[in-house]
Design a protein around this ligand. Structure first.
Ligand code: FES
Length: 316
């Protein structure tokens, strides 16, 4: 990670602020493609992932936007409350788990704060002269970050805004926005889980090829359930067994036994913690692994997933 200073903090919309971060040591950042995100360590030491809002060809600024989530675990509230212009924060190098693929035409769908990577994608596609259409859904206009900017953008005629509380605003019709599937049309969707689920269902009903569908959640794993059972992790290389009690994540159980593992989002979103599974069946609760990876049961995310068998043998 490297240190950045907050160069600018702007209220973009109700409960949404943008931060422009500049490396403290003056370093020039390598180019990153649209869809990239950074890990950001907040003043309360929480580590969170935020999509970068700009298509970027290299330079110093990193722009993110953060929605305050009153039901969250304190990361967004800390960002809104404690981060100010001049604050020093630590960030990780940009990583991209949501890249654009070359296609003749793209459909970009954003729900709420899901606009952040989608805005960068629109800028990148426009810069490349590619065909696309962007649909942006929000509860109300005053909760839609970058709304005015999208209205002024060089690609404004490609943007459709859908606000729940505005009678004059066209209602979002996922089937119409997606249209008929084609091998050279790709779909990118980012937003709340319910929004993504709805869009994916409509895409499946229309016959879209899963290979043409790309999505990114910004909140992840299902909360622990009261009927979660205990299970055991067997560490193949160390030859030890680690019980995972009810109410404790597999990751926490490993850490409690002094076993270091990589952790970042702790919500099943980022994939930082993925461990190889040699035996047993995980109960996957993340949104990082693909359906095929989950069905293969050869890896799991210990930050949130559990086991459907009494033990999992992991390559650790
Ligand atoms: S820490 Fe991010 S998926 Fe587990």
């Amino acid at each position: 990670m490297f240190a950045v200073r907050v160069h600018q903090k702007i209220e973009l919309a109700v409960d949404i602020v943008s931060l422009i971060l500049v490396p403290e040591d003056g370093r020039i950042l390598p180019p990153h493609a649209a869809g990239a995100h950074i890990d950001l360590q907040l003043p309360n030491c929480m580590l969170r992932q935020y999509s970068l809002c700009r298509a970027y060809t290299g330079g110093q600024d990193l722009e993110i936007a953060i929605l305050r989530d009153p039901a969250g675990r304190g990361g967004s509230a800390c960002a809104h409350r404690d981060v100010e212009v001049g604050s020093r924060l630590l960030v990780g190098a940009p990583r991209n788990l949501f890249p654009l693929v070359p296609a003749a035409r793209s459909v970009l769908l954003a729900g709420g704060i899901g606009i952040t990577p989608i805005l960068a994608m629109a800028e990148e596609l426009h810069g490349q002269g590619r065909e696309f259409e962007l649909h942006y859904c929000a509860r109300s206009a005053d909760r839609a970050a970058y709304r005015d900017e999208l209205g002024r953008a060089a690609f404004a005629e490609r943007v459709r805004l859908h606000f729940d509380d505005a009678p004059a605003s066209p209602r979002f019709d996922a089937a119409r926005a997606l249209g008929a599937p084609a091998a050279d049309r790709h779909l990118y969707v980012c937003g709340p889980e319910g929004f993504i689920r709805h869009v994916l269902q409509v895409a499946a009903d229309l016959g879209w090829d899963p290979a043409c569908i790309h999505f990114e959640h910004f909140s992840g794993a299902a909360a622990p359930a009261p009927d979660d059972g205990a299970f055991e992790l067997r560490l193949a290389r160390r030859g030890i067994r680690v019980p995972v009690p009810v109410g404790v994540s597999a990751a926490q159980a490993l850490l409690d036994h002094g076993i270091e593992i990589a952790l970042s989002c702790e919500q099943g979103v980022c994939g930082a913690c993925v461990l190889p599974v040699l035996e047993g069946i995980p109960e996957h609760r993340d949104v990082f692994l693909s359906s095929a990876e989950k069905a293969a049961n050869r890896c799991f995310t210990p930050c949130c997933s559990r086991a459907a068998t009494p033990h999992l043998l992991i390559d650790l």
